[in-house]
Ligand binder design. Sequence first.
Ligand code: ACO
Length: 392
Amino acid sequence: MTFVGEYKPGLEGVPATLSSISYVDGQKGILEYRGIRVEELAQKSSFLEVAYLLIWGKLPTQEEIDSFEHDIRYHRRIKYRIRDMMKCFPETGHPMDALQTSAAALGLFYSRRALDNPQYIGEAVVRLLAKIPTMVAAFKLMRKGNDAVQPRDDLDYSANFLYMLNEREPHPLAAKVFDVCLMLHAEHTINASTFSAMVTASTLTDPYAVVASAVGTLAGPLHGGANEEVLFMLEDIGSVENVRPYLDGLLERKAKIMGFGHRVYKVKDPRATILQKLAEELFEQFGHDKYYEIAVELEAAVQDKLGHKGIYPNVDFYSGLVYRKLGIPTDLFTPIFAIARVAGWLAHWKEQLGKNRIYRPTQIYTGSHGEPYIPIDERAVPLGDPLEQEGN
Ligand code: ACO
């Protein structure tokens, strides 16, 4: 019995769940959260309202959002034991690794796995949304040997994060733009990190482990890590004149162009369009960035060479330029993606709990059978790296 014809590498196009959280039309460039277009939310809503919408399935009333925001403000602080643990992290460690460890550590304090208790679910949602930004900002300061800045209760979610990060109150436009960035990154159907969250959730482990496993998955350069790589690439290109020769070099080497291409979108990612506009607003207010012109030229050049394959900018292409203008260090771009995506991961966690069956797909075995066991002193010494031997 063989299923080889049914096997899809990367599970491309294979439905893995039924979900009512978000919708993507990759041909038309449409993204909706709970049926509402992301463009409309970016214009009219706030990150916490979007998080509420994703997790609880409806837009909140005034009373509901007031109470949600109040609870999140109240839970922003992290325990001194967690801060002490973070102080011991190596300063050269990547902030995504720091975040994964710290998020998992929350489970030591708050995990009861009371997954049938709505109060436990609500508190876990609030704690994770409240504390992840504090952890990201804390590591940024601690790795330089400084103390973390305590959250400010008079500032809203995004303004408070930028305040903790940069140790000064942000300009209102900066806080607004950052809040829109969080909304745009909050959810995106079953991408790799969300799938990872769902698989972890399906074992009925605690929500802190769910988020920690998703953070680890988001960190890779083919997923959330691409936004850092985009800035390195733009710096490497260096000038508008060098864009096309540089691109030709990448294509000759069959290298991927970071910030381009998407498993689902075959047109420009709608989030990239909004982020590009936000970048322009920021440059108008706070000054020009020469890498923006390089980015625009690169988009045109990639469209000329790869547009026919449906390779267009994805969400990561312009986000780095926005974050840099907000004074955010490059290696915090992916942790910021995680701050936003916690909303989506928690929405999928909750949805998973509502209809749980543990994920346990199958495989197609390609190895041999009935091999003899060879005593160790009779085994041939393998040549080269054993990890590169067939079967590893
Ligand atoms: N640059 C050049 N060519 C590309 C790119 C790219 N960025 N993306 C896809 N292609 C080409 C591939 O070479 C391949 O061409 P071929 O059919 O001639 O062999 C074809 O398009 C299909 O590519 P796959 O890698 O099979 O597409 P897949 O759906 O598996 O990958 C992915 C999607 C991982 C996002 C890919 O486009 C990529 O690696 N992009 C660069 C990294 C990046 O920006 N990641 C962020 C994605 S958004 C997010 O995770 C938040």
